[in-house]
Each structure stands twice: as C-alpha cells, then as structure tokens.
Design a protein around this ligand. Structure first.
Ligand code: ADP
Length: 515
C-alpha cells in the first residue's frame, strides 16, 4: 500500500497534470461515459451474431430432419432417383445457399447437390459417430472464419418398443445413412459488418460528444476552486482585506471558513501587536517624562535648596527603579514567548518554596497590617521550573497584599490530589469587577491605573503568571467580588508533562507580540 502511494507520488511529480483535479474529473467523466457505450457496442454485436447463428442452426436442423424422413419415406437410399426428394434437396441447398450430401451406411456419397462428390466415400469422425449413435450424435458446428454452419443429421427410422422386458430407452433407432449439409452464414457476416461500421461511427461521434462534455464539466466543476484561489491571492497580495466568500460547494465553504478564521486570527495578532507596541512605548515613556520634569525643574532654579535636590533625586531614583522593573518584566515575558521556552525542571518542595516567598512578602503586608497565612493541607513536591513557579507565587501573593484593604487578610492554601497540586490565594481586598475579570491577564491591563501605579504595578504581573502556569500545562482561575475580595486558584500537574514541540503552547495562546 505504501509502495503504491509512493508510486503515485513519483508519477505525480513527473507528470504534474495527473495531480490536477480538473484532469481527474475530465478523465472520470470521459471514461464513465465512453466505457458503457463500448461495452454495449461489443456485447450487442456478439449477442446478435450468436442469436442469428443459433436460429439458423435450429432452422437448418429442422429442415434436414424433415428431409431425412422424406429420404426414408421415398427409399432414396436404395434408389436416389426420386425427383421429389431431389427437388427438396435442391431447394434446401439454394435456400440456405449451401450444399447437401446424402451418405449411406457404407459412407458412400449417393447425392451431392454440387455434384462434386457423388460416388465418393466420405469419411469423418462426426459422420461415423452419427452413423453409430444416431440422433444423439447429430451436430451443428459454426465456422466463423469461413462463414458457414455444418450440420450432420442421421437418416434413421425409429420404432416404439412395446416389449416390457426391455429396460432401456423406449424407442429404437435404425440409422441408414447421414445427411451432411453446409449452410452459408454470409448474410450474417454482411449484416454484422454493416452494423459494426454503423456502431463504430456512432462510437466516434459519442466519443467526441463525451470528450467535449467531460471537458466542459471538468472546467465548470473546478471553477469555484479557481475562484477561491483568485480571492485568496487577492487577500495575499493585499488588494482585499474582506473575508473570502465562495458558496458554490460545501467543501469550498469549509475551506473559506477555515481561511477566514486564520485571517481573523492574523488580524487579531496584528492588532494586539500594534496595541502592545503603543502600550510599551507609553509605559516606558511615563517614567522618562517624570524624570525629565524633575531634572528640568532642578536645572531651572540654580538656588534649589539641598533638601529639595535630595527629594527630587529620590523621585528620579524611584522612576528609574520603575523603568527597570518594566524592562525586567518585559524581558521575562519575552523569554516565555519564545518558540522553544527552556524549562529548567526539578523536583521542588512547594510548601518550602511558599514559606520563603511569604517571608519575603511579609514586610509589605505588615506595612498595612495585613494578616498573611499559609495553610499547608498536604506536603507537596512537584516537578516544576523553580524560577518560573517563584514568579507565579510571588505575583499572586504580592497582588493579594497590594490590592488589599488595610487590616485585611491573605490566605494562601496549598493542597494536592493524585495528579495536581492546587494553590489558592484568597484575599479580602478591593476585588475585581466582573467585566475586568477576563482581561486582568492581558498585558498592561489594570483595573485602576492610578492605584496600580501607586502600589508599583506595571500591569504585566498576571500576564507573566498565566504564561508560566500554561508552560507547566496548568490552569489559572479567578473568582472575585468587588469590595469583598478575590481568589486565584492555580492547578499544576505534579509531574511535568513533556510533549515534544509543545513548549511553545503557552506563548502562542496569547497571540504574543514580543519576540
Ligand atoms: P500590576 O502590576 O498592575 O499589579 P497585574 O498584571 O499583576 O499588574 O494585575 C493586573 C491588574 O489586575 C491590576 O492592576 C489590578 O487592577 C488587578 N488585580 C490583580 N490582582 C488583584 C487582586 N488580588 N485584587 C484586586 N485586583 C487585582
């Protein structure tokens, strides 16, 4: 099967037109229309010949049987002078355009309608057989080559047997001689020849009609695909940006739907790329503008007191930190958006890792009297990329503190089942409005820009978090209520699932513009 496939592939490469749908449809239509007419042509001619020959054979046999009876009746074998019988023999001979030989039991020809063999001895296996076996050995043989039928008929008498002891056939045949006749089939041949010529002409006309129709049909049937190619080419060349529409076939509709979907995705990708570039420029420009304003105001007044200098320089320093943070996070995202993200997988004690992170975040929580608790339902060790997992945990716990109310609480719970570990970070903070819940994972999306800025946010944290979770083939879910708080639930497989060429999955899910 494989070899057959390979064979067709090589043929297709050598003769590219064989791969053309148009050619295949043409060939199929042409063959399907021409083959039945050819089959019909040959079978009709063959059947006609068979039928005519068999009718002629049985006619001749019946006639000869009557003749044989007359031969017996008129004692022709003893005295071949009977005019009636001779006339009948001549009539048969002329009617069938053939020759009749009357042969007696000594194989002597006592009458030949052609008068060529009278008196001679006729020896042939069929004649001897017929003499010995009677009607059972009567034969009729068609010689196609020389256009005649040879019939052998016994000249015999039959007597009914009334003897009860006789245990065989109930008639007894006494063979006195044999009739050997040749019946011409010349008329059959000429009629056949005539029919064949007509049929051939008809076939040629049919062939031409089928050829033209098949050509037209293949052209018509393939036209929607050509239309499709033209439209897709127009989109590719940039003449058109409208969705492609070719409704002629269900198949073209499917192709068009798939193409339009890809087109839509590419457009979305393009838009998100543009949006991202403008967001990045804006985000990077904001700290720059602040620094410029601060520096300009210092330069404008040569008598600025040293405390003011210190204050402004501290602000500039903060802006530089912010700028650095944005750049560092952008780099993090860029790393995770690569086609092949390197995953540094090791077995990590998740509880211990969480404790370290909690310790780091605690001072921030204490500043606003936020209670930070870690509930370890189970001891969890999992195969993860420790650096990326640290980013996930830190971002979620830091956000829970950053967007919390004063004296609020943050509850971090770690649990596991047979396949995954589950981390929930629950806070009693400001919450996220329903319409923003689906968007907080987008780059630079912030529910309240000024609040995020105040707490040192860049709008990239959750985007990085989601990418890292997806790289671990995990999921992240958010439930939140404004004014009551938010819960982020992260589910990660305990064993890292290695799928070849799949490390790109996370990056691609975002239609990511950073490369
Ligand atoms: P940022 O650096 O601004 O915190 P993130 O990507 O981490 O960016 O978060 C995006 C936005 O989602 C935040 O600006 C904030 O509006 C909202 N957000 C994230 N976590 C929480 C939370 N725990 N409670 C309320 N809002 C949150």
């Amino acid at each position: 099967m494989k070899n057959v496939g390979k064979f067709f592939q090589t043929i297709g490469k050598k003769l590219p037109f064989l791969k053309s749908l148009k050619f295949r449809i043409f060939l199929l239509c042409f063959l399907m229309s021409i083959i039945p007419s050819l089959v019909l042509y040959y079978s009709v001619l063959k059947n006609y010949e068979k039928r005519v020959v068999s009718v002629r054979e049985s006619e001749a046999q019946t006639q000869l049987r009557v003749l044989a009876n007359h031969l017996i009746l008129y004692g022709y074998l003893e005295d071949p002078a009977s005019e009636i019988v001779n006339a009948e023999l001549a009539q048969f001979s002329s009617f069938y355009d053939g020759r009749v030989l009357v042969i007696d039991s000594n194989l002597k020809v006592i009458k030949d309608t052609y008068d060529m063999s009278t008196g001679k001895t006729a020896v042939s296996e069929d004649i001897v057989n017929c003499l010995l076996k009677g009607s059972k050995a009567a034969t009729a043989r068609y010689d196609r080559q020389d256009s005649y039928i040879e019939v052998i008929m016994p000249i015999s008498e039959t007597a009914s047997l009334e003897d009860a002891d006789y245990s065989g056939e109930d008639v007894q045949e006494t063979v006195h001689g044999v009739l050997l006749a040749s019946v011409s089939t010349e008329t059959v041949r000429t009629t056949l020849e005539l029919l064949r010529r007509r049929a051939e002409l008809l076939n040629i006309i049919m062939g031409l009609v089928c050829f033209t129709l098949s050509l037209l049909l293949s052209e018509l049937l393939v036209r929607p695909f050509e239309k499709l190619t033209t439209k897709i080419s127009a989109v590719r060349a940039g003449y058109s940006s409208d969705p492609v529409e070719v409704h002629d076939y269900l198949e073209t509709e499917h192709i068009v739907d798939a193409f339009n979907e890809v087109l839509g995705r590419m457009r979305a990708l393009d838009e998100s790329r543009q949006e991202f570039v403008s967001n990045v420029s804006h985000e990077l420009k904001t700290p720059m503008t602040s620094m410029k304003v601060l520096a300009d105001s210092l330069l404008a007044d040569p008598n600025t007191p040293p405390e003011m200098y210190r204050e402004f320089l501290t602000d500039i320093d903060n802006e530089i930190d912010r700028e650095n943070k944005i750049i560092a996070e952008l780099l993090n995202l860029a790393k995770m958006d690569r086609r092949q993200v390197p995953m540094n997988i090791s077995t990590v004690n998740i509880n211990a890792l969480l404790e370290i992170i909690m310790k780091r975040v605690r001072p921030l929580a204490q500043q606003r009297d936020i209670e930070l608790t870690l509930i370890s339902e189970r001891d969890v060790t999992a195969e993860v990329d420790e650096v990326k997992m640290t980013m996930v945990f830190t971002n979620l716990i830091e956000n829970a503190v950053k967007y919390n109310k004063e004296h609020g609480t943050v509850k971090v719970t770690i649990n596991s089942d047979a396949r995954n570990f589950i981390l929930t970070v629950e806070d009693t903070g400001i919450g996220i409005p329903e319409e923003s819940q689906g968007r907080v994972f987008e780059r630079f999306y912030r529910v309240d820009k000024s609040r995020s800025r105040e707490v040192g946010g860049t709008g990239l944290g959750l985007s990085i978090t989601k990418s890292a979770v997806l790289l671990h083939r995990g999921t992240i879910e958010l439930t939140s209520k404004v004014g009551e708080g938010s819960t982020f639930k992260v589910t990660i497989p305990l064993s890292y699932i290695r799928v070849p060429d799949q490390d790109t999955a996370a990056g691609q899910q975002h239609a990511n513009p950073i490369h």
